[in-house]
Design a binder for this molecule. Structure first.
Ligand code: FMN
Ligand code: SF4
Ligand code: SF4
Length: 278
């Protein structure tokens, strides 16, 4: 039987999805005798037969210096393993990932998942795009993303092909303590998402796209229920009419749309292919 690899990701606007898709695309070329499956955590069957995989890669963004609630809940639901299951984690972040990889690594270690590697990629800051006036350097993947991806994928190949692996739990990041006030207040700000009803074209994209079930159909426009919202801002970035807003002031801020991310993905892949050829 072929060896196989599962890539499971959680992504709001699309930074993490972009990296997960690049992983999948490059690993398919790099590890031709392996079956590779890519799936979002919202896919109900995401961890069916998880024990049959030789390696599991989990990718998620960092929100308020932590993994998002959806990712923690997913890790909570992952089944305990009888024998050590190899695991690789990556996160995307706007400025710094703090301890988010360590948090999921620790959570899964208790269930016998062996963390054999981690990676972090600076990506477009999906919060800053909406909350701050336009700061271009915050809206791109980090300059070293392509070369990091190549190094990380070679490490994953080694791990997948049965190379010796040691546990590589990231150390506790002391700097995260300095960020604590920011994290504390950031988590407590409950953004009130509103729809500018005059702009809504009733496409239902927000209702279908939210994995926390926060949008319900309404007469003039969908209605927001904040109960389980994790403020990933996906609905705001992806609304085709920019009808979902945090406030009138943020209406014209840059939107990180699916086509924004598919361009970024093509650019990164082109850069990586060029690096490999050289
Ligand atoms: C609510 C929220 C909180 C965030 N908090 C942080 C943070 O604490 N540190 C950081 O470096 N980036 C932070 N970011 C930026 C995201 O980590 C970054 O944009 C990530 O690539 C988004 O990935 P996604 O598009 O897959 O959700 C935050 C973004 C959001 C939406
Ligand atoms: S995604 Fe935007 S346009 Fe579509 S239903 Fe939701 S608010 Fe209306
Ligand atoms: S309603 Fe909240 S959880 Fe749902 S897509 Fe929008 S920001 Fe994300």
């Amino acid at each position: 039987m072929n060896k196989s690899l599962l890539i499971v990701y959680h992504s709001g606007a699309g930074s993490t999805k972009t990296i997960a898709e690049i992983y999948c695309c490059l690993l398919e070329n790099l590890c031709t005798d392996h079956q590779i499956h890519l799936t979002p955590i919202s896919d109900k069957g995401a961890f069916q037969n998880i024990q049959e995989y030789d390696l599991i890669i989990l990718g998620f963004p960092t929100y308020h210096s932590e993994p998002p609630a959806s990712m923690k809940e997913f890790a909570e639901e992952m089944p305990p393993m009888n024998t050590p299951q190899k695991l690789f984690l990556f996160t995307t972040y706007g400025l710094y990932p703090a301890n988010s990889l360590r948090i999921i690594g620790k959570q899964l270690k208790k269930k016998n998942y062996l963390l054999c590697g981690t990676a972090g990629y600076r990506g477009p800051a999906t919060d800053a795009a909406l909350l701050l006036p336009k700061i271009s350097p915050l809206l791109v993947f980090g300059k070293k993303t392509a070369s990091r991806l190549v190094d990380d994928l070679l490490e994953i190949k080694h791990c997948l092909e049965g190379g010796k692996v040691n546990e590589s739990m990231p150390r506790f990041k002391l700097y995260s303590l300095l960020n604590y006030p920011n994290q504390y207040f950031g988590k407590r700000v409950k953004h009130k998402l509103q729809v500018a009803a005059e702009d809504c074209i009733h496409c239902q994209q927000c209702i279908k796209g939210c994995f926390r079930d926060c949008w319900k159909p309404g007469n003039a426009a969908p209605i927001f229920d904040p109960t389980h919202c994790e403020h990933c801002f996906r609905c705001i970035h992806h609304c085709p009419e920019s009808a979902i807003i945090l406030s009138r002031k943020t209406k014209t801020r840059v939107k990180l749309t699916p086509s924004f991310y598919s361009n970024k993905k093509e650019l990164l892949l082109a850069k990586i292919h060029k690096m490999i050829k050289e």
